[in-house]
Write a protein that binds this ligand. Structure first.
Ligand code: ADP
Ligand code: ZN
Ligand code: ZN
Length: 803
């Protein structure tokens, strides 16, 4: 028997399965989807069996054998194996990357290298002998000086030592030590025979007598009986108990169930949407629905009912939410309704916890998974529905290889299972809404809020006018008044800034110089806490200069509207207000996100100040005011999606106010109030925005009228990168059809990151049958040749941004 194996050797120029002989004793157990250890060149590497066959095209004498079978049952199902092939082709990724993305990180290979001493008598270097200390096998990592490494290389060259590579599994199953207490008569016997001085021993035995025949964890036993491990050990040796290790799951969080689990009566709109979805599910159709509902219209309730429907048919559900919406508030709604049937997958879990959740899914112990992007690969085998909440979010697109979009994967999986996909949003992506208007997707609309509350009143404040009247603060007079009113009434305010330190850079007021990163062509961000300037691309840090590096003026200072600066202004304007700040800096620690939100929901603060991480999911009854401090920051990005992103953010943020009994009010501060993205977000008027934005996209030839593919080149040498970019672009122009527009090569908008120059080429097309094939050829040149010259090249079939 021959196995086709994809090996875990990234960046190897040949991306295809290799044939290996299956040893006779493994023939009955090996299956496609199992992991194996195989020899590859001089090493042993991890591989995935993707197929089995009788014969190889190669001479059997030349084939190597599988070294070890890691899984006795496939970890990747047939459906997911096919999906990985499709994914590799569609995103132009290595097959190995497409396979690895389906599994939790804990199951991916890690290598450890060992020095194996073959001829100890031939080693004469004293330092090296001292290092080996008589050992025959030494982890290579211990040879951590250049001298030692030089010796390693020399002795390895002479065959005196060899270097062995061992594949290591990162995380094993978590096991807990369990103590099985003996029956009462045995315990009594032991108690009778022990020495009179063994007081602790007697104490433990009496404690055990009360629990004869029970099983407890060793940890529990020691906590409750208050004895030391040695005492327990002695008791076990005397036969009073036996020990064993039991497999357990790491519990990510203790579920706290409320009794709001009783479903409420649906509104007419919700019922219509639900009926359409369940009818489709009952017919086994792979239908994609776009659920367009204003903020607070009760989309989540529709999801919950639809899931319930498919669970009753014995099927499973995948729910994707953007990482930042994976708040306890959101996940608890699913846990309340479906209890222990829910697994939650988010980046806050440790590798071990993620692996545990994955195993629960694989074993069918849970039926619903709520998770971020990668949960789309949940190893269910009878999927009844797939839901993407906030479908417009750019986090559904993976930026690293394989550069997939979760929506495309969802639709692909739904075709296999014949089940519906629901894309939900208050502000659908233009792509999805355009597909819905062409009946590729089925449009379902929720126009009213579930409890019939009014949408909040939105006021757009022209900050240019504020400047004219001499107000240089970040707060307009009207927003400041509104905040004071809330403080007075004991209601809560949410203040929103687009990005962490987005525009807080250091600027010379005399010559206009902005301090930039020496490695990247981008301005450094000012961090007040430690008076440092930081680069968010490469991590470079430096002190704030005292004089301008260009003109030596002393009038060099920070300029901008970061969250830290906002916090200081709030302290000045509203000294009595209690403020919680939420941004990347204050939520770095595990659990801090949840803690801050809980404090706010418990009324421990009057104002919540934050970045986009607070734009979603917040649903607190006491929030009656939302202020956007600077709406323009996303508008000026060099990105064709800038207006769309601004509209989405404004709508989402506004949706946080007045979701319950108290009416809400929203202030949007901007320097460009006339821009349609801001003007139309005011009334949550999606359709007019869609129409205007579509006209702009048509005019400039952007998605959804054209597809775009971005090819990016980076190199340390500016001339080399320009040269390769030129070569690549010419190859594309020569091979793609004449209707396809190829823009470039051009320097990228951020033209240098981490000392590597960046060039790019943009392909715009409507129909290009030769695209994949041509790009594959280009990638082949790159992998076999160009890469050796120090170039990196990436291809992104549906870039989230193009700069
Ligand atoms: P969306 O996801 O569309 O923003 P949610 O599902 O969060 O909206 O619903 C908004 C609020 O309305 C929630 O507090 C929810 O409990 C409530 N809600 C949803 N559906 C109903 C209903 N049919 N009757 C009463 N309240 C509802
Ligand atoms: Zn200057
Ligand atoms: Zn940098």
């Amino acid at each position: 028997m021959i196995a086709e194996v994809i090996v875990d050797v990234s960046a190897y120029p040949i991306d295809r399965p290799f044939d290996y002989v299956v040893p006779a004793h493994l023939e009955v157990v090996i299956e496609a989807g199992c992991r194996v250890k195989v020899p590859f060149g001089p090493r042993k590497v991890l591989g995935y069996v993707t197929g089995l066959k009788e014969e190889s095209g190669l001479e059997s004498g030349k084939l190597k054998s599988i070294h070890e079978l890691i899984d006795l049952e496939p970890v990747i199902s047939g459906e997911l194996l096919d999906l990985s092939r499709w994914l590799a082709t569609q995103t132009l990724a290595y097959e190995i990357d497409a396979l690895q993305v389906m599994l939790p990180a804990a199951m991916r290979a890690k290598y450890e290298k060992f020095i194996v001493v073959e001829e100890p008598e031939s080693i004469e270097e004293v330092d090296f002998l001292r290092f080996l200390a008589g050992r025959q096998r030494v982890p290579l990592a211990e040879a951590d000086t250049p001298e030692l490494l030089r010796s390693v290389r020399r002795y390895a060259g002479q065959g005196i030592i060899t270097v062995d590579t061992v594949v290591n599994q990162k995380t094993a199953v978590k096991k807990v030590r369990m103590i099985q207490i003996a029956e009462a008569d045995i315990l009594q016997n032991v108690l009778d025979t022990i020495h009179a001085n063994a007081k602790k021993q007697a104490e433990l035995l009496r404690w055990m007598l009360e629990r004869a025949g029970q099983t407890v964890s060793a940890k529990q036993l020691m906590e409750q009986s208050g004895i030391q491990p040695a005492v327990l050990k002695a008791a076990i040796e005397r036969g009073a108990a036996s020990e064993a290790y039991a497999e357990v799951y790491r519990e990510p969080e203790a579920p706290q169930l409320k009794d709001t689990a009783i479903p409420m009566e649906l509104t007419g709109e919700q019922q219509l949407a639900l009926d359409a979805i369940t009818t489709s599910a009952d017919h086994g159709q792979a239908e994609t629905f776009l659920l367009h509902g204003v903020t607070g219209s009760g989309k989540t309730e529709v999801y919950l009912r639809a899931i319930n429907h498919v669970l009753e048919q014995g099927k499973e559900a995948i729910v994707l939410v953007p990482e930042i919406s994976l708040t306890p508030q959101m996940t608890s709604r699913f846990k309340e309704r479906f209890g222990p049937l829910v697994a939650v997958m988010h980046s806050g879990l440790s590798a071990g916890e993620k692996y545990d959740e994955w195993r629960k899914i694989k074993r069918g112990e849970v039926k619903v998974v709520v998770g971020a992007r990668s949960a789309i690969f949940a190893p269910f085998e009878n999927i009844g529905i797939i839901i993407l909440d906030e479908e417009h979010e750019s986090t559904y697109k993976q930026e690293d290889t394989p550069r997939y979009h979760a929506r495309d994967v969802a639709i692909k999986r739904s075709e296999y299972y014949g089940c519906p996909v629901i894309l939900g949003s208050a502000t659908p992506s233009l792509e999805s809404y355009a597909r819905a208007s062409k009946d590729v997707y089925t449009l379902l609309t929720l126009k009213r809020r579930a409890k019939d509350q009014e949408l909040p009143t939105v006021t757009v404040v022209d900050m240019r006018e504020e400047l004219k009247t001499g107000n240089r603060s970040m707060f307009s007079v009207s927003l400041a008044d509104a905040v004071r009113e809330r403080l007075h009434r004991g209601e809560q305010t949410v203040l929103f800034l687009n990005k962490r330190g987005f525009s807080s850079f250091v600027l010379c007021r005399d010559c206009g110089t902005v301090v930039e990163c020496p490695n990247c062509d981008i301005s450094l961000t000012y961090h007040r806490a430690n008076e440092m300037l930081k680069c968010h691309y490469c991590g470079h840090e430096e002190r704030v200069p005292l004089v301008c590096p260009e003109c030596e003026s002393e009038y060099i200072r920070f300029f901008g509207t970061g969250t830290q600066k906002a916090q200081e202004e709030i302290a000045k304007l509203f000294p009595e207000a209690r403020v919680i700040r939420m941004d990347v800096d204050t939520t770095r620690q595990k659990g801090s996100h949840e803690r801050l939100l809980r404090q706010f929901s418990e009324g421990q603060a009057d104002i919540l100040l934050g970045t986009q991480m607070i734009a979603k999911g917040l649903d607190f009854p006491n929030i009656t005011l939302v202020g956007v401090l600077a709406a323009d920051t996303t508008l000026h990005l060099a990105d064709f999606r800038a207006a769309e992103k601004t509209f989405q953010l404004m709508t989402q943020v506004s949706g946080r106010a007045g979701r319950h009994e108290l009416p809400g009010e929203v202030f949007i501060q901007t320097y460009t109030p006339e821009h349609y993205a801001i003007d139309l977000a005011k009334a949550q008027h999606y359709e007019p925005f869609y129409n205007l934005e579509m006209a702009a996209r048509r005019q400039y030839g952007y998605p959804p009228f054209y597809y775009v593919t971005l090819v990016q080149f980076t190199h340390e040498d500016l001339l080399k990168v320009a040269d390769f970019a030129d070569k690549g672009t010419r190859f594309l122009k020569g091979n793609l059809s004449s209707n396809t527009v190829i823009i470039g090569p051009t320097a990228s908008a951020i033209s240098r990151v981490n000392n590597r120059y960046r060039y790019q080429c943009l392909i715009k097309y409507k129909k290009e049958p030769k695209l994949i094939e041509t790009l594959q050829q280009l990638i082949k040149y790159y992998r076999t040749d160009w890469i050796k010259a120090g170039l990196t090249m990436t291809v992104d079939m549906e870039p989230a941004s193009i700069y």
